[in-house]
Write a protein that binds this ligand. Structure first.
Ligand code: 1GP
Length: 245
């Protein structure tokens, strides 16, 4: 793969209005390769690997297993600087721009910089925005940051705009893993209208209908993790919904 292959393909799809589907794998819950076969069959665009807290020490192994059993690109979605593997194709270098914790804005990045520079990983600078849901998410707790209130569209829009102006290449809005209330269409629409760069939406998307709503509102990539841990066969219907859009 060329150094910017994944971002180039995301950008191309975004420009063409082709929606993409990323399956999020939590290494702590990755015990079988069944999901790999289902993902291949369903035409999943990317695997993402990461979590707010990983206790198994299984990160590298998980990425390696995905890579050696499938041709789907693997993108790291790191909860912290321990979640890096040279076996992946790319990493979303997340700056948590919805929060005001310097460690997640720049601190973790400084610690990882030398390693990342020589890792061969494609680096995708990403503005990560946590959006309030019905309960505190693990990401908000672990990062010690307050999410953006889900009705404060102006704050979300200005945050995304600032991220884009700072040169970040993607905005990822996340309601938090496993939440009941995913990000509203109105919030997605408003943020999408203020930026040119691709928009990733995740958190609580557990039906094809919710995926379609997010696509309709302006999401370019939909991320689903938790719902597939509960019902793995959803991968097919959600993928179909996103790709038919
Ligand atoms: C969480 O956006 C991801 O960081 C995915 O959320 O696990 O709820 O699908 P779910």
């Amino acid at each position: 793969m060329t150094p910017s292959a994944i971002y180039s393909s995301i950008l191309k799809c975004t420009k063409q209005g082709k929606k993409q589907f990323a399956v999020l794998i939590d290494p702590d819950k990755f015990h079988s390769t069944k999901i790999i076969k289902l993902a291949e069959a369903a035409g999943v665009d990317y695997f993402m690997v990461g979590g707010s807290l990983i206790s198994s020490g299984n990160f590298d192994k998980c990425v390696e297993t995905l890579k050696s059993n499938s041709s789907i690109p693997v993108i790291i979605f790191p909860g912290n600087n321990l979640q890096i593997s040279k076996h992946a194709d790319a990493i979303l270098l997340l700056s948590l721009i919805s929060g005001r914790n310097p460690d997640f804005l720049i601190g973790q990045h400084v610690i990882s910089a030398s390693f990342l520079k020589t890792s061969g990983l494609e680096i995708i600078p990403t503005g990560y925005m946590l959006i309030e849901s019905e309960k505190q998410s693990a990401a908000s707790y672990m990062s010690n940051t307050t999410p953006i209130p889900n009705d404060k569209f102006d704050i979300a829009m200005s945050t995304a705009m600032a991220g884009e102006m700072l040169g970040l290449k993607i905005i990822y809005m996340d309601a938090g893993s496993g939440v009941k209330r995913s990000i509203t269409s109105e919030m997605i629409k408003k943020v999408k209208s203020t930026i040119e760069i691709p928009l990733i939406i995740g958190g609580g998307i557990n039906t094809p209908e919710k995926a379609i709503l997010a696509c309709k509102a302006g999401a370019d990539i939909i991320v689903v993790g938790n719902a597939l841990e509960k019902e793995i066969t959803l991968i097919k219907s959600i993928s179909q919904a996103i790709h038919k859009f």
